[in-house]
Write a protein that binds this ligand. Structure first.
Ligand code: NDP
Length: 320
């Protein structure tokens, strides 16, 4: 009889689908469920079994992993009428990789313990590329024995696994990471808008920044997408807004002032109000551009020799 546990997976979105595929490729039998069914079909074609509810996933697996948008969905999937906990048995291991607040994790962990099961919060960083390539950073909270048991699965999608402490501590690290990333990204967007409006050659400016102290992972990720006007997600503004809001809630709970975080949240909200919530986080530059009357983009191809001018003026380069 195989000693490889059957893994149940719930949530097959931009992150969950490639992460689940990596768990399947690592040799774990997989049972999958998602609210919409398209992604389920992809996993089934790759060899996974299909389930129709969180309860069914839990009843057919020994380890359950979830990758869902936010606290409401995670609560429903674990604690709802047809949720994972309704079929959780002693000895099971439940792992949530979503980015949510620590208190929701603690609540679910207590409910899991009443069924004799272990629960880990294991949010991830590294985006859809990291999910596809199995190179995510995983921030885990929970009992050390449970972390060791989870490790082979976490290693299927994560390159670096950090155990931060009890349940909820992975979430705290992840929320602070995203708060920092959002503040960084706001700086990137403000800088690019200013560079465009002031008439710099934007490609050259980006090369300068990449070699200077203004560089960051937010910069290297967002700047090429902004210049190419490619705002397909990736990581959506709605999700970043959720994370920054949860980070600010955490800051309030522990009594920490977060001025820059509050600014980042307002800019994200402004972008959501402009209908950009399901675009990549780089799209938050659009309201800033509108405010400045400039667009951060490469100039259209230079006109041919017959058409006359070879080199557009700086204002034309930046579209503004
Ligand atoms: P998506 O919105 O792409 O995926 C979420 C998935 O959960 C969707 O497929 C959705 O189904 C499914 N779902 C929602 N509610 C339920 C439910 N009740 N039952 C079953 N399935 C459900 O989000 P991402 O994959 O981008 O993100 C997932 C989590 O990972 C979030 O917490 C996010 O903050 C975090 N994260 C995201 C990163 C990124 O770069 N995208 C990077 C790191 C972390 P449906 O198809 O019906 O919407």
């Amino acid at each position: 009889m195989s000693t490889v546990p059957t893994v149940g997976w719930i949530g097959l979105g931009l992150m969950g689908q490639p992460m689940a595929l990596n768990v399947l490729r690592a040799g774990f039998p997989l049972v999958v469920h998602n609210r919409s069914r398209g992604a389920v079909a992809t996993l089934v074609a790759a060899g996974a079994a299909e389930a129709w509810s969180p309860r069914e996933v839990a009843s057919r697996a020994e380890i359950v992993v979830t990758c869902l948008p936010g606290p409401a969905e995670v609560t429903e999937v674990y604690l709802g009428a047809d949720g994972v906990l309704t079929a959780t048995r002693p000895g099971m291991l439940l792992i949530d990789t979503s980015t949510i607040d620590p208190e929701t994790h603690r609540q679910i962990a207590r409910a899991a313990a009443e069924h004799g099961a272990d629960y880990l919060d294991a949010p991830v960083s590294g985006g859809t590329t990291g999910a596809r390539e199995g190179t995510l950073t995983v921030m885990v909270g929970g009992r050390a024995e449970a972390v060791e048991r989870a490790r082979p699965i976490l290693q299927a999608f994560g390159r670096t696994i950090y155990h931060l402490g009890p349940v909820g501590s992975g979430a705290i690290a992840k929320l602070i990471n995203n708060l920092m990333a959002a503040i960084n990204l706001l700086g990137v967007c403000e800088g690019l808008v200013l560079a465009a409006k002031a008439g710099l050659d934007l490609d050259l400016f980006c090369r300068v920044i990449a070699d200077s102290s203004g560089a960051s992972r937010s910069f290297s990720g967002a700047a090429p997408a902004i210049l190419a006007r490619d705002f397909r997600p990736g990581f959506m503004i709605d999700l970043m807004h959720k994370d920054v809001t949860l980070a600010l809630d955490l800051a309030r709970q522990v009594g920490v002032r977060t001025l820059a975080g509050a600014l980042a949240q307002q800019v994200l909200q402004e972008a959501r109000n402009a209908g950009l919530g399901r675009q990549s986080t780089a799209a938050q530059i659009i309201p800033l551009e509108q405010n400045a009357g400039v667009t951060v983009q490469r100039p259209v191809s230079p006109p041919s020799a017959e058409e006359g001018r070879a080199d557009p003026a700086p204002g034309e380069r930046s579209g503004g």
